[in-house]
Design a protein around this ligand. Structure first.
Ligand code: GLY
Ligand code: MN
Ligand code: MN
Length: 489
């Protein structure tokens, strides 16, 4: 108390008043003394990496850029990676580069932009990136995106070696784009700054053609991509095994234990999960995209686990198994499960080169409609049910989709290239029929209610048929039971 009554010490006041002025007078270093700013500039080792090897897929990304170049001769093509998105204040969501950019470069950093400049005979590619943080102006420790905060970036020279593309400072890009003349296209939706720089040079229609081309280019996977998808599936198989091993812990807690268990495998072996894991137990099995995962796991119920590991190169698996929590299907669970299994078998058998994409869906739906008629749940004949689509009350969704860097891959492809198209070797798709009887569905006998089954596998179209990439997980009901028993041991 006494201190508050003391007259202010003029010497102390002067010192405290001076300090902020001194700190502010250097505009580059707000709140930092000149001495510290000077000190932070020096005393750092040269950490440039030498002897780097190109990324494993450098030849494939070059071939993809060549295909893009051939499709749009004479035009400047701009493919951004995207920017960080704020989660709250100064924290950001985990970053995932745009698939178009990652597909064409193999790079995954935020704020990157690939530009293909038209030149005689084709295009010259440049990858625009944020270089290493400048120590001279202090950004490496004073900026939120400085390397001291977010980690070391590759130098432009290192990036050139890794990606096999000349690299330039992305901070110069928007000026260059504003000044550029001639036709330009940009992949929209990822980088507002880049789009703003091009706003009077591009049209939505032309940009959409670029997006569609890059989606359709990904319909047929090259050997590198197939290898990555197999890796994703193999990690996913291990993730499913992890889950079966801890079902007792899930019973003691909730579906979250399953989500967390699978996520651990995804983060340790891959980049992430390829989509929010669906860990649906009990009546949640009938909710197609149940990702809240906050319900109980009970013996006697089913667990529908739809999950996929995404590799470090962004390729994801998409696998579903519907498992009896206690290790043994009840009679009604098995009846429904086996119908879905038969449907999936018919669907997988219809995946072959030269066949129509729609064939596997039609084959799978036919089996499900047959069973629904046989069980007396809908009035036949089967052809009438299929014509009117009456089975869809319980089958709910399409039987599959393309799979790759996106779980629902190639989504911008035209109908004629995808849904109305023809299967080719190198395509990878899911086959995932299901039957779902909602808990409140009064149109079916009570014993069906609250039961849902989906079985989903990742199928590669080969030269002479198909290969089930996820065959490492059993599918037949008796084999599932044996497999679960062996893991729960
Ligand atoms: N996991 C989403 C799907 O199966 O399509
Ligand atoms: Mn799927
Ligand atoms: Mn799925």
């Amino acid at each position: 108390m006494a201190d508050e009554l003391e007259p202010a010490n003029p010497e102390t006041e002067a010192t405290e008043a001076e300090e902020p002025i001194k700190r502010r007078k250097n505009g580059l270093y707000p709140g930092v003394s000149d001495e510290l700013a000077e000190n932070m500039k020096s005393g750092w080792a040269d950490t440039e990496l030498h002897g780097l090897e190109p990324i494993a897929q450098a030849a494939e990304t070059a071939a993809r850029r060549a295909a893009l170049s051939a499709r749009f001769p004479g035009e400047r093509l701009v493919i951004p990676s995207g920017n960080l998105r704020t989660r709250s204040n100064d924290t950001e969501y985990p970053f995932r580069a745009s698939v178009e950019y990652a597909y064409l470069t193999g790079n995954q950093t935020e704020d990157g932009v690939l530009v293909l400049e038209p030149v005689a005979g084709g295009h010259e590619a440049t990858i625009y990136l944020l270089p290493r943080s400048d120590r001279e102006n202090g950004e490496f420790w004073l900026s939120g995106q400085g390397e001291l905060w977010v980690g070391r970036r590759h130098s432009l020279t290192e990036s050139e070696t890794l990606y096999g593309i000349p690299a330039a400072d992305v901070r110069e890009l928007t000026d260059r784009l504003r000044e550029a003349t001639g036709p330009v296209r940009v992949v929209r939706g990822y980088d507002a700054g880049v789009e703003a720089a091009l706003t009077d040079k591009v049209t939505g229609e032309r940009d959409e053609e670029l997006r569609v081309f890059l989606s359709e280019a990904r319909l047929v996977k090259d050997a590198f991509e197939i290898g990555e998808l197999q890796k994703a599936v193999d990690s996913t198989v291990r993730g499913f095994e992890d889950v079966v091993r801890v079902l007792d812990k899930a019973e003691a807690t909730s579906e979250r234990y399953i989500e967390g268990t699978f996520f651990l495998r995804a983060r340790v072996e891959g980049n992430d999960v390829g989509y929010g894991s669906i860990c649906a137990a009990g009546p949640h099995v009938t909710t197609l995209h149940w990702v809240r995962n906050d319900g109980p796991v009970r013996a006697g119920d089913l667990l529908l686990l739809d999950a996929g590991v995404e590799t470090h190169t962004y390729y994801t698996a998409d696998v579903t198994r519907t498992l009896p929590v206690n290790g043994t299907y009840s009679a009604i669970q098995k009846k429904i499960y086996d119908a879905v299994y038969d449907s999936q078998e018919a669907g997988i058998a219809a995946v072959r080169p030269g066949g129509k994409y729609r064939d596997f869906h039609d084959a799978a739906q036919h089996v499900l409609a047959e069973r629904l008629v046989e069980w007396g749940l809908v009035e036949g004949p089967v052809e009438r049910v299929l014509e009117l689509g009456l089975q869809r009350r319980w089958t709910l969704h399409g039987t599959g989709h393309m799979l790759g860097m996106d779980v629902h891959d190639c989504a911008a492809a035209r109908v004629e290239s995808y849904v109305d198209g023809t299967l080719e070797p190198g395509m990878v798709l899911t086959v995932e029929p299901g039957l779902y009887f909602q808990a409140d569905d009064l149109s079916v006998p009570e014993e069906y209610r609250g039961i849902g089954v989906r079985i989903e596998d990742d199928i590669l179209v080969t030269e002479d048929g198909n290969l089930n990439l996820s065959a490492g997980l059993p599918r037949r009901s008796d084999e599932v039971e044996v497999w679960m028993a062996s893991l729960k041991g």
